[in-house]
Design a binder for this molecule. Structure first.
Ligand code: UTP
Length: 247
C-alpha cells in the first residue's frame, strides 16, 4: 500500500490494478464512545461496522475525550493548573479512547494512536483503519479531524456525535427544534457562531473545524454516533438520518 498526492493505492501507484481507495475521516465524540452506557458492547458493534466498511475505503477515526476528559480537566482546574496543562490532560484522554477503539478493532488498526497527520498517512499504508486522538493544546478533536481530512483530501468527514444532526436550537432544550436535512458550509458556519462556547445551543461541530472543511470544500455528515445504520450510510456517502453539509 502506498500513498501519493493524497491518493491511497492498494498495490502501489505503478500497479495495473490501481484503484485509488476513498478516504473517510470520522470524528467520534467521546460522548458517544464512552458515555458509561453499554460502552463495551457498543465498541464491539462499532468495530464490526468499521471493519466491514474498511474493505472499500481507508477509514481514519479521530476519538474525542467526552466526560472523562472533562472530569480530568475540571479536577486539574480546581487544583489551579494552567489551560495548557489542562489541554494536555484532555489530549491524553482522547488518545486513551483511541487505544480503546484500537483494542476493539484488533489487527485492523494501529494500536498506538497517530500523533501527527504525517504519521496517520504513513500508518494508512499498513492498516485499513487508522486511529488518532488530539494533537495540540487549544484544539478539539473535531478540528483535528477536519485538518486531517484536508491533508488527506478526504472524500468526506463524518461527525459522529450525541445528536442526530444539526438543529436550529438545542433539541435537548426544545423538543420541537427543527433539524436540518441539508446545509451549506456557510450556513453551518453562521449557525455555529464565532467561539467554541459549550453554552451555545446549536454547537455540534467546532466552528474552527467548520471553517477548515468549508475552505477545503469537504462534505460534512453529522450523525448520531450510536445509530449505526445512520453511521453506515454517512460513511458510505449514501442516504442517512442526519444532516449533510456541502458547498
Ligand atoms: P474533545 O475534542 O473531545 O473535546 O477534547 P470536546 O469538545 O469535549 O468533545 P466531545 O465531548 O468528546 O465530543 C477534549 C479536550 O482535550 C483537549 C481540549 O482541552 C478538549 O476540550 N484537546 C483535545 C486539545 O487540547 N487538543 C486536541 O487536539 C484535542
Amino acid at each position: 500500500m502506498t500513498s501519493e498526492g493524497g491518493k491511497v493505492f492498494p498495490e502501489g501507484p505503478d500497479s495495473h490494478a490501481v484503484v485509488p481507495l476513498e478516504r473517510v475521516v470520522i470524528s467520534l465524540g467521546g460522548s458517544i464512545l464512552v458515555p458509561g452506557d453499554g460502552d463495551g458492547p457498543y465498541l464491539t458493534r462499532l468495530a464490526a461496522l468499521l471493519s466491514d466498511l474498511s474493505s472499500g475505503r481507508k477509514i481514519f477515526a479521530v476519538t474525542g475525550g467526552g466526560r472523562i476528559s472533562r472530569y480530568y480537566i475540571e479536577t486539574g482546574r480546581s487544583l489551579g493548573a494552567r489551560e495548557r496543562r489542562l489541554d494536555e490532560l484532555g489530549i491524553e484522554v482522547t488518545r486513551m479512547n483511541a487505544r480503546l477503539l484500537a483494542i476493539a478493532l484488533g489487527k485492523l488498526a494501529n494500536p498506538e494512536p497517530a500523533k501527527t497527520y504525517t504519521e496517520a498517512t504513513r500508518l494508512a499504508r499498513r492498516h485499513p483503519i487508522v486511529v488518532m486522538g488530539g494533537t495540540a493544546p487549544g484544539w478539539t478533536t473535531d478540528r483535528v479531524a477536519a485538518s486531517l481530512a484536508r491533508v488527506l483530501h478526504a472524500e468526506r468527514l463524518v461527525n459522529a456525535t450525541s445528536v442526530d444532526g444539526v438543529y436550529a436550537e438545542d433539541p435537548k432544550e426544545n423538543p420541537f427544534a427543527r433539524r436540518f436535512q441539508r446545509l451549506t458550509h456557510q450556513e453551518l458556519i453562521d449557525l455555529m457562531g464565532e467561539g467554541h462556547t459549550r453554552a451555545a445551543p446549536a454547537i455540534v461541530f467546532d466552528p474552527v473545524a467548520a471553517r477548515v472543511i468549508a475552505q477545503a470544500k469537504i462534505p460534512l455528515l453529522v450523525v448520531h454516533g450510536r445509530d449505526l445504520d445512520a453511521l453506515r450510510g454517512a460513511i458510505l456517502g449514501e442516504t442517512f438520518h442526519g444532516t449533510t453539509v456541502t458547498g
